[in-house]
Design a protein around this ligand. Sequence first.
Ligand code: IMP
Length: 179
Amino acid sequence: MNIKIADLAFEPLITADTIQTRIKEIAVDLNKDYADKAPVFVGVLNGCFMFMADLLKEITVPCEVAFTKLSSYHGGVTSTRRIRDDFDLLTDITNRHVILVEDIVDTGNTLDYLVAKLSHRKPASITVVALLLKPDAVEYPVEELKHVAFQIPNEFVVGYGLDYMELGRNLNGIYKRVV
Ligand code: IMP
C-alpha cells in the first residue's frame, strides 16, 4: 500500500519480515567472526536505531553498545555533503574491535569521514554493517564496509529508522519514493 509522508508519496520496497530474515543471516556471520573479540557495536544515529536494536537481539557473543551521531541530509532527499558532527563516540576504542552500524550508505561521504576519524583512535579493527547500500550512488568507496543487508536502486527511501523531514522513522518496513 502506498503512503504519504509530508508532500511525497512512497511505495513498499522491503517488508518487515524480509528485513528480520536478513538480519538473522548477518548476525550468524558476526557471531562467528567475533566469537572471542568482545566487539564494540557503534550505532550511527539517528537512522540506525531500529536496525541496531534488531541486530543486537541476535548477537550472542559478549559485546558493548555505543553510539555517535552525524547528519548530512538536513531535511531534503539528496545529500548536502555537509557532515554535521552532532555527538562524538565516548567509548575508548583503542585496541578494540569496532563494528559500525549504519542505516544507509549513499555517496559514502559520511562513512568515509567516520571511519577516518575513528581510525585515528587506533582500534584493533573496524568493520561496517549497513542496512542499505545504493551502489550506483557511491562516490567514496569504504573498504571496511563488509556487511550490507540490502542493495537498493539510487532512489530516496524511508522507514525502519530512515526519515524524510524527520518523519517515517517508525515504519517497520522500507518504502521508496514514487517518482
Ligand atoms: P552519504 O554520506 O551520502 O553516504 O549519506 C548517508 C546519510 O544520508 C545516511 O546516514 C542517511 O542519514 C542519509 N540518507 C542517504 N540516503 C537516504 C535515503 O534514501 N533516505 C533517507 N536518508 C538517506
